[in-house]
Design a binder for this molecule. Sequence first.
Ligand SMILES: *Cc1c(COP(=O)(O)O)cnc(C)c1O
Length: 322
Amino acid sequence: MQQPELPSYDDVVRASERLAGNAHRTPVLTSATANAVAGAQVFFKCENFQRMGAFKFRGGYNAIARLTPGQRAAGVLTFSSGNHAQAIALASRLQGVQATIIMPLDAPAAKRAATEGYGGKIVTYDRYTEDREDIARRIQAETGATLIPPYDHADVIAGQGTAAKELFEEVGELDYLFVCLGGGGLLSGSALSAYALSPRCLVYGVEPEAGNDGQQSLRKGEIVRIQAPKTLADGAATTHLGHLTFPLIQKYVRDIVTVKDEQLVSTMKFFAERMKMVVEPTGCLAASAVLQNVVPVRGARVGVIISGGNVDLASYARLLAS
Ligand SMILES: *Cc1c(COP(=O)(O)O)cnc(C)c1O
């Protein structure tokens, strides 16, 4: 197979120029309790405070900003019921582009409403009888819309890398950087920034234990596909890494570790109680590796990316009370 053209740190820098004034430069927070628990100095980059509530705005906005005038006129298309859908809907509206989002009929009403609220046009399909890729191809044929996938796309990866870039610019070099891992857009982009701005920093990906396809892929040296995992970390319930994200992870990421759903819930409670922050379960992956001592980091300077804060309030309340 032909080698794909991989994004570089230069692409992250270009992305950060496009995002300036459009994405929030999110805060980096610290907590004396977190430092005591980890025995380290921990810096949390809070993408739960990003526009639409997750880092995905960065990649979506950057990908749409890169379209030609002809592509912009034809609109964009994606399939997702999660944060990527909201990111594409909002980033499109801000740039005057029509977005069509293909969502399963049984997607949570709150997610549909959020996506529609940002101006996305929703096309639904039956997950059991219809293939979303067929529907995407039909819409593409009819409208010429550009498909923007959630992670395996150079402009998406470059956009996601801007969060870690901001973190290093703010706190300087780090010994470790922990990043949650689904399809690897955030991890591979973050690793590009780490390698450029803090070359000795050890970058770790953190996956839900039930969906450790990334860890298996790194061990095996090829992309391993798994069945859709059952985990609270719905944003990382992907079944495989991408053709762009995997080689970047192989090259720049030290290792991939896993955490259990119970550990995500403990971390979610920690953020609520100690740091007064709403973080979605997937957003707790990276922090769990540090706060639950999955990787010992005693005495080190440690960066953690909190990836998002979009939760269904009823299930959030249930998990906090558990
Ligand atoms: C999408 C998402 C992830 C996983 O990101 P990838 O780029 O697919 O690895 C993690 N956390 C949240 C909140 C997300 O929305």
